[in-house]
Design a protein around this ligand. Structure first.
Ligand code: TXA
Ligand code: MG
Length: 341
């Protein structure tokens, strides 16, 4: 299907227009606080199929169901562990997705064939306003072509989706920049992090009443073909620009020397403050604090393609707090190609 993709604004009229499309079983790109999402009625299997089609996404990768009020978890999850209630109180609305046993009303197309569903209450006002106007929950993966860096600006959405979807709502640049933290539960109290995000392991551990918080192996390790994984998204190469990405652990000076030994069109992605040792070389900075790096990461990866580099060396971020989310995305962008200097 070929569309003339319309840009809507998050005012009353734009929100109504987006909701009208979604009610007709169409898809629309919407802003959230993390990344832009490609939304459709989560309860309508035909609508959900259009998401997979527009993104070129494998059908076994489940979609997150976005709700506009906390009590809705009881409609779409069959069992809500105590820890889920506590996390909803602590972090919702916000960038945490909770995987629970799904209610029958969630079609298998939405859950990627699993008997669980990931549910999230976004903090973004326009996202919530659109869900409310629809009166059904919205399935929404990131609004990029499957495999490419997630979209944190409307221009990213248009690069990937122009002509493939009927409309995109312009919410400006996303405040967080990396996708939500995805968790599941073990027993009533323990939490397993399947995908790190803006809400960090440390943030979750600090919440009263939560038991153990475990980071799934798939967060930092490669999943081999045919291996069972708890979060199917972990299997796929992800977030990759066309340029070959390599993650480099080491000091800025060592990375600058590595660049000298290269003759292809190569660029370094470094921290703010590293510029001194990169004078005369190709580089861009992606921030200094983990929060800045999260916000700028995907835009920087996309810029590598816009500027036509064949190869990118990225200085590996610190791994604590939000840094773990940045590191996790970069590992996948690099297809687990890591150099230790
Ligand atoms: O911040 C976000 O989460 C964004 C915005 C749009 O809300 N959405 C997003 O969706 O990142 P997506 O589809 O790009 O990533 C969802 C991740 C995938 O890795 C998927 O495998 C995992 O969450 N996931 C979803 N439902 C799951 C389930 N039932 N069990 C295990 N993992 C699940
Ligand atoms: Mg995605």
């Amino acid at each position: 299907m070929e569309y003339n993709t319309k840009i809507l604004f998050p005012n009353e009229e734009g929100i109504r227009a987006a909701a009208e499309l979604l009610k007709k079983g169409e898809v629309a790109a919407i802003p959230t606080e993390t990344v832009y999402g490609l939304a459709a009625n989560a309860l309508d299997r035909e609508a959900v199929k259009k998401i997979f089609e527009a993104k070129g996404r494998p059908g076994d990768n489940p979609l997150i169901v976005h709700i506009s009020g906390k009590p809705d978890i009881y409609k779409y999850a069959r069992e809500v562990p105590r820890a889920a209630q506590i996390l909803a109180e602590a972090f919702w609305p916000g960038p945490v997705t909770m995987v629970m046993k799904k209610a029958d009303i969630i079609p298998l197309e939405t859950s990627g064939g699993l008997d669980t569903v990931g549910i999230r209450l976004p903090a973004h006002r326009a996202a919530r306003a659109i869900i409310e106007a629809c009166s059904f929950p919205l399935a929404a993966p990131s609004a990029n072509l499957s495999g490419s860096p997630s979209p944190t600006k409307l221009s990213h959405v248009m690069t990937d989706m122009n002509g493939r979807i009927p409309a995109a709502v312009d919410g400006g640049d996303c405040a967080v920049g990396v996708e939500s933290t995805v968790v599941c539960f073990e027993g009533d109290n323990d939490v397993r992090i399947l995908r790190p995000g803006f809400i960090s392991k440390e943030d979750i551990e600090a919440v009263q009443g939560i038991g153990d918080v475990i980071c799934d192996r798939g967060v930092t390790e490669r999943i081999n073909e045919g291996e069972q994984v708890m979060s199917p998204g972990m299997k796929y190469r992800h977030y990759s620009p066309k340029a070959a990405v390599t993650l480099v652990e080491g000091e800025a000076k060592e990375l600058a020397e590595l660049l000298d030994s290269e003759d292809t069109s190569v660029c370094a992605m470094i921290f703010d403050g590293d510029e001194g040792v990169f004078r005369g070389k190709n580089y861009i900075t992606y921030g200094y604090t983990p929060e800045e790096q999260a916000r700028q990461l995907f835009d920087c990866l996309r810029r590598m393609d816009e500027e036509g580099y064949e190869k990118v060396y990225v200085r590996a971020p610190k791994r604590d707090g939000v840094g773990l989310a940045v590191y996790n995305r970069l590992l996948r962008a690099a297809g687990f190609e890591v150099i230790r200097l």
